[in-house]
Design a binder for this molecule. Sequence first.
Ligand code: SF4
Length: 328
Amino acid sequence: MNQERVLTADRVTGKLHLGHYVGTLKNRTQLQYKYDTFIMLADVQALTTHFHQPGLIRTHLREIALDYLAAGIDPERATIFVQSMIPEIAELTQFYSMFVTVNSLRHNPTIKSEAQSGGGEEMYYGFLGYPVSQAADITFCKATIIPVGEDQLPLIELTRKVVRRFNELYRPVLTLPRALVGDTPRLVGTDGSAKMSKSLGNAILLDSSREELELKMRKAVTDPSRVRKGDPGHPDICPVYAYHCCFREEGVEEIGEECRKGVIGCAECKRRAVEAIAQLLEPMAERRAHYAARPKEVDDLLMSGTSRAREIARETMLEVREAMGLDY
Ligand code: SF4
């Protein structure tokens, strides 16, 4: 295995859905065979928007862990850990915050756009500072590869600045990470929105039962210009066709053609999409059931991943404190 370390994370704000699978989870199941893969349950980061709902975060923590295991993350290969259980991350965040300017955070394009999509509410200190905390997430374990989407690049650039600044100010202790901008496609929602999102009610959860999947698909929007089966359709604007493209191994082109020629009806097309998605979700359901029946095993996995991460964090902190002259 390559010695480089990958860090990925999920904010613990809700169960994972097909959009997460297509965007990052599938990629992680492959990265774990290539790199030392760290997967962080970002419960502290979830507090930036859900600080008033700690109980919800607690529930989602285990559900997301089950989502990982169901999707094929192998706890023998990947280190799954809980952010709030690594106090060194908070310590590093504080140290870094001494030399990160408020302006660099305010003007960070990712923060700006996230703040706008949050409805322009008053910005909390923790939210404004979360890129600093993210720099701590990445550097405590000296991760060098951070898989991200294009929109997250400014955050990685900020981490790189933190690393350079720290190494110049004190001693070259921190490792410079790089973004791995992969093919992280966005999956459209069942309502046709550009992004699948649980809060919009347009998501197909990874733990959906067959009935839930069928119901979601029945309600999914299609090309509105198709009234009757014989009407020529436009698959490129139809979410159901997007699901065929993502989850069907073969025959995607043919379905597109049948739609364009008005040969296939939307009900039949949706039925086939359900079959394709079910082929992904059914093996996941089996793995989920295995772990769901063994909650102690899941807790033990999380604790052993967290204790491995903590060990590395302690080593990094010794170096950091020594470099800063705080090793009293
Ligand atoms: Fe969408 Fe399929 Fe209907 Fe075409 S036939 S509009 S791709 S659901």
